[in-house]
Design a protein around this ligand. Structure first.
Ligand SMILES: Nc1ncnc2c1ncn2[C@@H]1O[C@H](COP(=O)(O)OP(=O)(O)OP(=O)(O)O)[C@@H](O)[C@H]1O
Ligand SMILES: [Mg+2]
Length: 269
């Protein structure tokens, strides 16, 4: 039996954030480079918006890796929700101060004030919508000192719009919004992702009509597309092992796309 190419294809669509898997999409790539340049401008804060699954964590993680060689930079992927833990982590990372017991904002500011850093460390905060309004306000105050630069990502919801208005409107100097892929971007995304993993045969199976159907189901959301294609290749893989004559390996079957969509809840039956 021919080796099961669909198994590898399936794993391409695991919902994992790994910079080595980063796919350049022209439009996002342009935004990425201008955003990365902004980091080096002497301004305060950067904001990355977008609905769930639009690639914010991926973008932020790539930024982290790209900045590592030239800047002092920290990435907090999981929010540190406890105020004291947050300031203690900052103190340890940025000021190399290990603090026993609680550390509040005022104490942290005192330590920061007494410190002369000849560089501005960059702190990347993912999932910032999970921080309390109190902590967000302190992060804003910290940015105002210009001693630390924050890059934060937020879900774009009404609540987060409010946060942005209240806390950041006059202070941010750059913000970008990540959006779902267009149908043609989705095709690039799917094919490049597969080709990166040497799944050329599977990549070639995606004709415009299949991509269009996928786009209609996922609206170009990267996470939903991952989920759908993971299940899709799981189904293909299953057929390949149990009933290989039933599948056509020239192009993706709309029927299997629909089966996968039902399984992932993108189509309700
Ligand atoms: N440019 C890209 N290259 C490769 N994969 C990507 C890219 N953008 C998004 N993805 C894929 O889409 C998935 C969802 O992206 P990501 O986790 O970055 O979304 P998010 O905006 O952070 O979502 P949430 O708001 O729920 O945290 C990732 O696991 C990744 O596999
Ligand atoms: Mg995320």
């Amino acid at each position: 039996m021919k080796s099961n190419i669909f198994k590898n294809s399936k794993n391409v669509f695991l919902d994992i954030v790994n910079t080595e898997d980063y796919i350049q999409i022209d439009r996002v790539s342009k935004m990425y480079h201008s955003f990365k340049d902004s980091v080096n401008k002497p301004l305060k804060m950067l904001l990355l918006y977008g609905k769930p699954g639009t690639g914010k964590s991926m973008f932020l993680t790539k930024l982290y890796h790209d900045l590592l060689s030239s800047r002092i930079v920290y990435l907090y992927q999981t929010p540190i929700l406890d105020d004291s833990e947050f300031f203690k982590t900052l103190a340890k990372d940025i000021l190399d101060v290990k603090y026993e017991g609680d550390l509040n904002f005022t104490q942290f500011m005192k330590i920061l004030d007494n410190r002369l850093l000849d560089y501005v460390p960059i702190v990347l905060l993912d999932e910032a919508q999970l921080y309390s309004n109190f902590l967000i306000e302190k992060i804003r105050l910290l940015s105002d000192t210009r001693k630390i630069k924050f890059v934060i990502t937020l879900h774009k919801t009404e609540k987060e719009d409010l946060i942005a208005k209240e806390h950041f409107q006059t202070r941010i100097w750059d913000s970008i919004e990540l959006k779902n892929a267009s149908a043609s971007e989705l095709k690039v995304y799917i094919q490049k992702k597969l080709m990166k993993a040497n799944c050329f045969d599977s990549a070639n199976m995606f004709q415009d009509s299949s991509v269009k159907l996928i786009y209609n189901l996922t609206h170009g959301n990267y996470r939903d597309t991952n989920k759908l294609l993971y299940i899709l290749f799981d189904i293909y893989s299953h057929y390949h092992e149990n009933n290989p004559t039933k599948i056509n390996t020239i192009s993706i079957s709309n029927k299997i796309i629909e089966m996968a969509a039902i399984h992932t809840g993108l189509i309700h039956v």
